[in-house]
Design a protein. Sequence first.
Lengths: 289, 363
Amino acid sequence: MMDKPVNNRAWFLVLPVLLLVAFSAVLPLMTVVNYSVQDTFGGNEFFWAGLEWFDEVIHSDRIRAALGRQILFSAIILAIEIPLGIFVALNMPKKGFWASFCLVLMALPLLIPWNVVGTIWQVFGRVDIGLLGHTLKALGIDYNYVNDAIDAWITIIVMDVWHWTSLVALLCYAGLQSIPDAYYQAAKIDQASRWKVFRYIELPRMQGVLLIAVLLRFMDSFMIYTEPFVVTGGGPGNATTFLSIDLVKTAIGQFDLGPAAAFSLIYFLVILLISFVFYTVMTKDQGGQ
Amino acid sequence: MTKIILENLAHSYLPNPTKDSDWALKPMNMTWQDGGAYALLGSSGCGKSTLLNIISGLLVPSRGRILFGDQDVTNLPTAARNIAQVFQFPVVYDTMSVRDNLAFPLRNRGMAEADVAKRVAEVAAMIGMTDTLDRRAKGLTADAKQKISLGRGMVRQDVNAILFDEPLTVIDPHMKWELRTQLKDLHRQFGHTMIYVTHDQTEALTFADQVVVMYDGRVVQAGTPQALFDTPEHTFVGYFIGSPGMNVIDAQVNGNIATVEGAQIALMHGFGALSGKTQLGIRPEFLRLSTGDDGLPYQISRIEDVGHHRILRGKVGTADVNVIVPEGQPIPADANRIIPDPAHTHVYVDDWRVDPAKAERAA
């Protein structure tokens, strides 16, 4: 055993980091906690409200409906983007000019700011001047994301797939690139079919990056705000009002700080919980033994 | 099982090879007899693995043909060639158990489950992994993984040949010896053609009946270990095989006299007048230490005692020359000469051995 000097003054060395974290994360969060248990009628006067706002948020039909839409949205885009991203990564060139070309092409959507993506699709889908909307109309397809809830959903989902599938593909591509040639050669020698190569070589090797991809895409899609806000503004009606859109309406639109704070905390905990479930399930059989 | 014939085979990784150095494999003809145990020996980058991958079909050669018996397989994919190959670094299917790993090649060929189980049990016993069959392959150590790779290579009994690409690199020395013995047993038992790539001469010489030495994309000599030791056809063979390797000393050869650093020694045969870079090749085993004026002037710089003999490191002129002195034989303090054994002194021109019989006829 090596003797480690024990000196409690060493804790002072950690102090700057603790202070930074306190200012950047803990304090703002505590402000939110503070609001969530109080009520105000303006004039900077606060009254103790206990868990009243939490109770209200949990039992609000409006928020429950938004949560339902949010879960549906995340489920749909994960179900599309993950398999599609894997498929794209598998079919990208491994090296040479076209590999670099594909990488640049794939990275492009990721470089566009969220509200610009929203604007692009808002215009793109318009029936009067948008290339997509106008073409669909000319083809005799009844498409109008402003009035039709289904059309609005399709537009937002296609937009998200367009924006973020690249991320999944790039992550998977990196995972695939790390597989040594010998694995493919051995598979050929063992006469493995294409499916078995995917199932037993490529998929296990992508497991780590897929976990990251699923978590990132889940968290981002669960918190999505800008793009649907720009494209549909949450409509028609409340059809595309997701949790964060609802939250912003409550917090800034109506200035209901108490309910908004309670809402924020519950929102945060739900994301944490679902991410934890994903993480646990996906790393369950990575134990080794 | 069948013999493997390489006809005018050459390979380059470049699309349009022009220079000699563009070729990873220079044109060669070669026959691997059915049931032979071959070692493919050479330093890194000499084309060993390229040759192996061409035989197994992982690479299509730029030129020439490969025949399995009478069948031209040059353009056949790996699967159709029925070859087993073991790679330098372990390749295991992480998510499968050891058992499923071993069974994988058999199942892919549609073998009945009862036969698979029987064969897997045999191979597991051979590689000493019977107890770990149900473990997942992922958490195993590197040498356990490599044993699985070896096992997968040996599990199919109907293969045309088994190719080993430096398979014991990651195995610890004790296990190395044991596995090599098992490979040898396996060869005796089933008579598969085996080609074993290595850069370790001990491994090559203990495993193989025939050793094929490659240098710079060429097969420079193929023969029994004894033939490679006694008459290296190329200075590289002499240098690469033996410990320490053959001494190569610049010399002028005229008839049956060689002149080195002003000293003259007699050769067994007449070589006429040779042109090109002329060198003498003498193994350290065939140099005798002496005093006086006979033989070649020798300056000892170091003596290494390696147990059953001593190795003298020294110089003849500017050339490094090693001498092996058997145990029990004294080393005179005033030793200043070495006398080569004429029967084991070879003459090389531009690195290739001059065959005395041919040279005499020409002269």
